[in-house]
Design a protein around this ligand. Sequence first.
Ligand code: PLP
Length: 498
Amino acid sequence: MKHSNPIIAEIFDAQQFAETGHQLIDLLAAHLKANIAGTSKVLNWKVPSIEDQHWHLPLPQKSTINPQGLLEKLSQEILPNNLAIHHPHNMGHQVACPLPMAALCDLVASLTNQAMAVYEAGPSATMLERQVIRWLCALIDEVSWSFAGGVLTSGGAQANLTALLVARQVSTSKANPSSNVWKDGITQQPALRILASEHAHYSVSRAAGLMGLGTNSVIKITTDKNGRLDLIALKNAHQTCLENQDTIIAVVANAGCTPTGSIDPLQAIGEYCQAHELWFHVDGAHGASALLSESHREKLSGIALADSVVWDGHKLMYMPAAVSAVLFKNEQHSYVAFSQDASYLFQGDNHEDEAFNLSYRTLECTKRMMALKLWAAFSLYGTEGMGALVDEAFAKAKVFAEKIQRKSSFELLMKPETNIVCFRFLNKKLSQEAINNHQSAIRQHIIQSGAFHITQVNLHGVTWLRTTLMNPFTTALDLDELLERVALGSQAVLSIAK
Ligand SMILES: Cc1ncc(COP(=O)(O)O)c(C=O)c1O
């Protein structure tokens, strides 16, 4: 059926969609192939303030390009000026080079636009999500997590917020059964605290700010030399809270902390939390995917003791962003975060059907059909294929760390537990402050050259270069080349400074 308004008719023209779509897929396939081959720069660096000057065009009143023009703009300007995510030299952030089939699923999600707030606005989207959540919970533990549940959220930051909202509601009503923080606020409460690793992602303290607790309510627990939460420090902080009569709403451990990828001693923390009836939250946004690997799942031993777990799909499950899971050992807890709706939910005549309306459990009302890509990846490749990606990434980090250790001009921060490797280039002539600035200058030099994309992190006053090795196409030769580039970069920045 053709619309009587020719503009609207063109906007929804299925034939044009198909023709442009086929060309677009060809363009993206060529882009993917070239990215993987690594023939061009990983980043076509441009100074943002200068680049921004090209983006002050008047809002188009009439059509300014046609679909062919759109494809040209994509192929000539937009794609070449993005970070080449599948490039073997892309090793900066914890962002997956997405599985191409998962990216196709995202196109389906966009065109079908299932709102998902309620079951009827996305029936199969809802079922896909419930299936994926069941699979993830089973990966944590088929037995003790058999009554588990959760939802998918747009990102790990939101997933952490959701888990901590539940933790607050559960922990405060345990401390004072007549209280309802969600309804009445926190004015009458003793101080509420979150005990979290000093390496916890900033979304944890941001969640505390958002929940009205203040970011200072997060007590940072020190870590050992391997970046793992120190149990004695946790016990001491707990003791201090008891003496101050504070209410602890959660203990937050990392399964793959952001700076170094270190995994906290989950078994010991979990047992401690169980013994003291503390809510145990595991932020596994980065590293929960080790559960997919036969060789590495042991590293997460104890994760099943958690009350809540966050797990990002767009990190080591190689999904296009964003898809994260917030999982609760007791499925009923998944209704508590936004608990004003719970009474309606459970007292309604059709309460079983209401459980299929996902918006009761998430901040988002309309949300994307996020589960399709994860369901497709598991269905296409199984845990065998998904685990192989994790094995590959972790093995590469080990190889890189060994290479660094063999070079006297480099220092390795720690043996990697996952796929994040931190190191620095040594220069004995430079002071501590100068050597820190030197790492930053080397990094700037490298990323502006377009040779590699790496990041940096400052830990206890020391700046480290940081790589997240998650691209399966990065080879041992690429890693050798990075170390050469760092050494050359050091010379280059020192000679510029002279
Ligand atoms: C450990 C950890 N938690 C949470 C997050 C936030 O996740 P997202 O970027 O998906 O919001 C990150 C992001 O890197 C992370 O590393």
